[in-house]
Design a protein around this ligand. Sequence first.
Ligand code: G16
Length: 543
Amino acid sequence: MTAIIRETQPIEGQKPGTSGLRKKTPVFMQPGYLENFVQAIFNAIGGARGKTFVLGGDGRYFNDRAAQVILKIASANGAARVIVGQGAILSTPAASHLIRLHQTDGGIILSASHNPGGAEEDFGVKFNTPNGGPAPESVTQAIYDETTCLREYAICDTDDLDLTRIGETRIGDMVVQVVDPVADYAALMEKLFDFDKLRALFSGGFRMRFDAMNAVTGPYATEILERRLGAAPGTVVHGTPLPDFGGMHPDPNPVWAKALMDEMFGPDAPDFGAASDGDGDRNMVVGRGIYVSPSDSLAVLAANAHLAPGYQGGLKGVARSMPTSAAVDRVANALGLPCYETPTGWKFFGNLLDDARVTLCGEESFGTGSDHVREKDGLWAVLLWLNILAERKESVEQILSEHWREHGRNYYSRHDYEALPVADAERVMGALRDRLAALPATEVQGMTVASADDFSYMDPVDGSVSKGQGLRVVFTDGSRLVLRLSGTGTEGATLRLYVERYVPGPEGLADDVQSALAPVIAAAEDLSEIRAITGRNAPDVIT
Ligand code: G16
């Protein structure tokens, strides 16, 4: 086995987005593309020599071959050990846990998350730091800088390893430790939740459907829900991870998890439904006949987390991304907890969690998590819901209604305009940005603008500043609209419009969401002319 140095050229466009580098699979499969990026990661963190990393991915097309390449590059760069999930499989939260459990120097996660997978679909590579979380902007910028001047990479000229067998092998001096991808994660869940109570819940006839969307959570959910908790066989559907997710779009929302929604709103619906995404960090929760928006889910979990053993001492604080609704703020206020508002991207929660300022965080994009790892965690959120249901012995609908009665309801929705020409999307953003300064005190659709700005965040722990994180217009009645460009797409630009309206109750807590938000949606069109500029009549996805 020899380590060889290959000459290369910088490749344009290797700038990590909201969550790592995501591109079409054929782009990643071009000669040198993956190699350059991985070498840039190692260069940016001061080299790999003597270090230990975790490696795994969500099993999408090219996952297996990419893992082999990364192992060969790691070895040639002098890494001491790489801990790999069996078959190069690890869910994102499980990878985060392994990075922390073994106190490694970080990890490489192969995933484009909720984006479709396959030979012509999406692939991605993400570096997580030793705290288990996505690399902060300072690190992703350093990686990008490396990609712009890279002239060579090191790689071992050797056969592929057998990653299907648990145990240790080597590439040169580097140990490759193949581990069960599920075991350590499941053990962590057993510590956080009352598995006896959950077993009793299921043996008492509680019925659940978990749609793993042919993605990575299948084996995790089957082991935990069906084997350890005794949920009926068949509780987990689409439980086998497939390289193309069986053609599914593994994004757990009412549009892409339609079969689950139909079942939960149909006759004889189970008590509880949930879905997870490509790499297992997102979740959608549905009760019988009622959908739980991610922002409401975060608020309900914050209000009830103390019912689960892992959180019985209460929460230190909560955090949400700026476009996420303020429902959790109301809970924090009622409980006297600090509440932080960060830019979109889980990486912004890392410092708050490490500094023990918050216990729970969440985002409107179907992400919820806690300080148990440094990623959002889909199955964790589902188990916390189950623990709460087991303790409260009420339905999802009862819990939500009571929550709104107590705290009021933040009606909320996100409208996505996908695959727009970049220039059109930028024109929409530019048009609104130019008007922001003049908006306060003006009237739009019968509402008065209280404030309007381009969100900028100063990390309270390290003082770093992130600018240009989304345009927001807040009205005096607490209604709000936010416009930002997605940082995770691979095709053109995706424009996201987030709309919110607060109703204190007791009247008007059970209205249709889109109708309740109609004035804010109309105000968004007045101010940004999305439809006029893009020529689109309606959003592609509404969540
Ligand atoms: C990633 C980030 C999330 C973010 C989401 C949407 O999720 O980890 O923090 O909310 O993207 O980002 P955007 O609106 O920029 O597309 P995931 O599940 O794709 O890793």
